[in-house]
Design a protein around this ligand. Sequence first.
Ligand code: URP
Ligand code: ZN
Ligand code: ZN
Ligand code: ZN
Length: 578
Amino acid sequence: MSTPVKKVPIHLQSSQNRLLIKNGKIVNEDNIIEDDVFVEDGIIKEIGRNLIIPGGTRVIDARGKYVFPGGIDPHTHFEFEFMGTTSVDDFYQGTKAAIAGGTTMIIDFAFPKQGESILDAYYSYREKADSKVCCDYGLHVALTSWSDQVKQDMSILCSHHGVNSFKTFMAYTFMLNDSELYSVFDHCKNIGAIPQVHAENGPEGHEMSRPEEVEAEAVNRACTIAHQVDSPLYVVHVMSKSAGLAIKQARERDVRMIGETLVAGIACDGSHYRNPCFSHLAAHILSPPIRPDNTTPQYLMNFLAQKAFAKFFVDQYTFVVNSPLCIDTVSSGLTADVIKEKRSLGQNIYGTVYVSNLALVGNAQNATTVTTPPIRSNPDTPAQLLGYLGSNVLQVTGSDNCTFNKSQKEMGMKDFSKIPNGVNGVEDRMSVIWEKGVHSGIIDPMRFVAITSTNAAKIFNIFPRKGCIAVGSDADIVIWNPNKTRVISAKTHHQAVDYNIFEGMECHGVPEYVIVSGRVCVDEEQLRAVQGHGRFVETPVYPAYVYDPEKLAHVRAAKNGTLNEVELSNKLAKIELE
Ligand code: URP
Ligand code: ZN
Ligand code: ZN
Ligand code: ZN
């Protein structure tokens, strides 16, 4: 059995196949450097200064702008037959809108129809998508039932069709029960795949009928099951504080929990559900819902801001930048605040924090913990410092783009449980996260790149082809002008849907150029996406990000008490966790 052969897209005209991006600030997850990028035939060929470039190469001047890897949206539902209707953004319009916003790859979900095998669902999605996609795409496969056949087909999808992730449901009519989840997670572990879970305990309904408690309970239960069978687990669309906290706790027990949140959760709260206008409230219906507690968006953003919990143990950590000045031993929240402020003003400063300052409060100090500057007596300091380093509760942002027009939402006019679930976000995800994360000072551009692109590439095992600006990587590149602003509106967006849940939001940062496999598809803000330009990207099993055996061996040894914290910290310091 083999994957349907995809024609090589009519690539670039020879005069168009070379591109030089000059003078930009290249942002990867771990550094920012000023360099030029040379692209040829869809691949990044060289990075550096004074590159010798063939005549006729197009040059884009990116001075004062950021150059970062195109976004990867790991969660979309294009032309999805769901709740009696079909989502209006199809693989053409959906990927076109993605590109307009700076996303150059999406991962959708092949969903079996009633009675259809998952293998056939995969084929049918390939058929729908292959000729339409404007950018590269991958597929997760949804498991809506469990049987030996499903199990066999999962293995085939992994070994022959470039699928490495399967979504299970703890809600909706097609939810799996706990013992089925055990079997799925266990099988995923055996074949090196990533089990994903829609974690909600409950029947159909909306916020009132599915408060955050039922989300947290389901997250907790799914994490427990994954921990029992020793599989990794990817929790999709984490929408509440309690669910985030449940993941945090699970990550402290097991490093292989991955949390995804949605732009809808970062930008909107549940007050929309009290809007007297049916179309307004219905447009905001998704599952799990946005939460009535209006501090939730900020919480979710903070969960994303944070870095690997294991780094707590690493005795030296730097806020990495291209910097001539290093403040050694940032021991207080105040110093950290100063560094943050300078950095937000563009100054090249970085700080080093020691684990003692993170773990201890001054009044607990004894002879063995004397350091200079001292461990602070302010009991809030460790938390403040940790706030900067954090615990990496959530690693990925998706859109869960699953759009229905006003008329489709009206199917639920008399019965809210019949409102087709889903919102927009594939186009605006990058802007909203930049605005709420970078512009508001919670994360730096490197973390932005990690949570919008790199982490997804690592988790789904397509790094470093995707998710970074590096020689040999696909030329999926965004040139981002942080000084321009735009206002989001359904009137100007490129999606098919007639509503935008971020309507009126002003965002700093505009994708002036978006390069998709070497082709300039947003050119001075003008969208020129090309139908069929995208390819299916195979996602291989056993991603090192979640399956790295060395990392796991150390963490297990620590859990079993055979390594003390210092030994653990030394080992972990050597292992790239992020
Ligand atoms: O409401 C949502 N999220 N719709 C899409 C289907 C799903 O559960 O991801
Ligand atoms: Zn879901
Ligand atoms: Zn979804
Ligand atoms: Zn609204």
